[in-house]
Design a protein around this ligand. Structure first.
Ligand SMILES: C[S@@+](CC[C@H](N)C(=O)[O-])C[C@H]1O[C@@H](n2cnc3c(N)ncnc32)[C@H](O)[C@@H]1O
Length: 224
């Protein structure tokens, strides 16, 4: 089913849409307004979209947004991936939640630690925390898209389980696959400002030295 009456997606959700594989069933976890679910179903990119949310009111908004797509969108009420059977969706989008919530959702569903699933993650906060957790837990950061939406910089992460667990460097956590993308300097400045802010709470010593070193590396990236 493909219609021309599709919702307008902001830059974040537009980038998330682009990472969803055509022809696959997608689950939009935390669908809220339902725009991404509607776009995926209405464009014909996904034959079936599972629009999921923790709360009834957002899910009701999604029902309205997707009403015209009939059986191409199903609705699930509940937390995270608990509303899905393993294998029901191949492409899983979790957008607009903080990194810790995204991590809780993934950690609570061991079946998603499998290369068949294409993960599209859009953390609202703490991008570095999510990158670190993914790499430590065997997910490869395949790609990222830097986006500006509502005056803030976001990263849209495309990840896939490989089973290779490792400890990422601090710089990798902070910058991910962003270096070289349009807007990267502004993103590094946003990350750098946060580091400097957090550093204020640290006692002098090893931790502080490590943060100093990271700030220096980031500044070298900004002004090479
Ligand atoms: C800020 S909205 C994001 C909407 C949309 N995904 C976006 O990025 O524009 C966050 C949504 O996630 C839902 N949510 C929060 N925690 C959740 C969880 N554990 N499982 C499913 N949905 C959750 C909230 O109810 C809310 O509708």
């Amino acid at each position: 089913m493909a219609t021309s009456n599709l919702p307008r997606l902001d830059a974040r959700l537009g980038a998330a849409f682009a990472y969803v594989r055509a022809g696959h069933t997608a689950a939009d976890i935390g669908c809220d307004h339902g725009k991404l679910s509607a776009a995926l179903a209405g464009s014909g990119r996904c034959p079936l979209v599972l629009a999921c949310d923790l709360r009834p009111d957002p899910l009701q908004k999604a029902r309205l947004a997707c009403a015209q797509y009939g059986d191409a969108v199903q609705f699930r009420l509940g937390s995270g991936l608990s509303v899905l059977q393993p294998g029901e969706a191949d492409d899983i989008i979790i957008a607009g939640m903080g990194a810790e919530t995204i991590i809780e959702i993934l950690a609570a569903a061991p079946w998603v630690f499998d290369a068949r699933y294409n993960l599209v993650l859009v953390p609202a906060t703490k991008h570095s925390v999510l990158r670190r957790w993914l790499v430590q837990n065997g997910f490869a950061l395949r790609d990222e898209t830097l986006c500006e939406a509502a005056g803030r910089w976001y990263t849209v992460i495309n990840a896939r389980y490989t089973g290779e667990k490792r400890e990422p460097t601090g710089l990798e956590c902070l910058c991910g696959k962003i270096p070289g993308q349009p807007g990267d300097r502004a993103y590094f400045a946003q990350q750098n400002a946060k580091l400097k802010k957090y550093r204020l709470g640290l006692a002098p010593g090893a931790e502080s030295d490590a943060v100093d070193a990271l700030i220096q590396q980031m500044e070298e990236r900004i002004c090479p």
